[in-house]
Design a protein around this ligand. Structure first.
Ligand code: GDP
Ligand code: ADP
Ligand code: 5GP
Length: 208
């Protein structure tokens, strides 16, 4: 029998409008069982977004109380709103040996790296150019002009963080980008950090 294993984490980051949500959605039936970490945010829901599916939508007071209570593995302010990853469901999924996927910003990636180290594989997703990012944000039609401007300004800062990531996907042809994302997700599942390696060695020796 295969030894049970501890799970691993795949972090996907990139500018708003780069195609992160589209990639996860398109790839989800082709990367095997995984747990998608649903973040908590103070951003208002967009048209079509559902509480508990896309995000847990809360007010600032609730979010700040959760920070104080130590609920978050990481949190950050992005485009003027709070976003955070709850620790408990992530820990449970990892203990079940699952691949856990986080769609979080560059600040959250840095914090998660400090806290979870070599459990993590990370991928930065972006468009072929800044101009194409602007076109997609306008094309998506979910945000008004001032919000788009904020997201573009932030993209210029975020792009500098590519150096901190394991993989880069330039989302030009969508089908190619989906194939690349699937390859990265499969690699993330096979990633053996120290904790996973020690767990495996122990079970292998004991002939499980
Ligand atoms: P989108 O980027 O257009 O999909 O817009 P969102 O409002 O959904 O997300 C804005 C930013 O917040 C993106 O960079 C996300 O990766 C990031 N984000 C979402 N959830 C979290 C989280 O739990 N923690 C952190 N640090 N960032 C998050
Ligand atoms: P993110 O989750 O990173 O903010 P989305 O997945 O919402 O990005 O994608 C932003 C917009 O760009 C959406 O309207 C999406 O349909 C479109 N899009 C995604 N990938 C491509 C691509 N390769 N070519 C053209 N448009 C794309
Ligand atoms: P399905 O196509 O049946 O919705 O999902 C296939 C697999 O992907 C299941 O293992 C499911 O748990 C996982 N999955 C896909 N999308 C999500 C998501 O948005 N959130 C969570 N928690 N899991 C997801």
């Amino acid at each position: 029998m295969m030894p049970s294993s501890f799970g691993s984490v795949l972090i996907i980051s990139g500018p708003s409008g780069a195609g992160k949500s589209s990639l996860i959605k398109a790839a989800k039936d082709r990367i095997g069982d995984f747990y998608f970490s649903i973040s908590t945010t103070t951003r208002p829901p967009r048209e079509g977004e559902k509480d508990g599916v896309d995000y847990f939508f809360v007010d600032r007071e609730t979010f700040e109380a959760d920070i104080k209570a130590g609920e978050f593995l990481e949190y950050a302010q992005v485009h003027g709103n709070y976003y955070g990853t709850s620790l408990k469901p992530v820990r449970e999924a990892l203990e079940e040996g699952k691949l856990v996927i986080f769609d979080i910003d560059v600040q959250g990636h840095a914090i998660a790296r400090e806290r979870m180290g070599d459990l993590i594989t990370s991928v930065f997703v972006t468009t072929p150019s800044l101009q194409e990012l602007e076109r997609r944000l306008h094309g998506r039609g979910t945000d008004d002009e001032s919000i788009i401007k904020k997201r573009i300004d932030n993209a210029l800062v975020e792009i500098e963080y590519i150096t901190a990531y394991d993989f880069l996907i330039v989302n030009d042809n969508f089908e190619d980008a989906v194939d690349s994302f699937i390859a990265v997700a499969k690699a993330a599942r096979l990633k053996k950090g120290r904790k996973q390696a020690l767990h495996f060695i122990n079970e292998w020796r004991n002939g499980k």
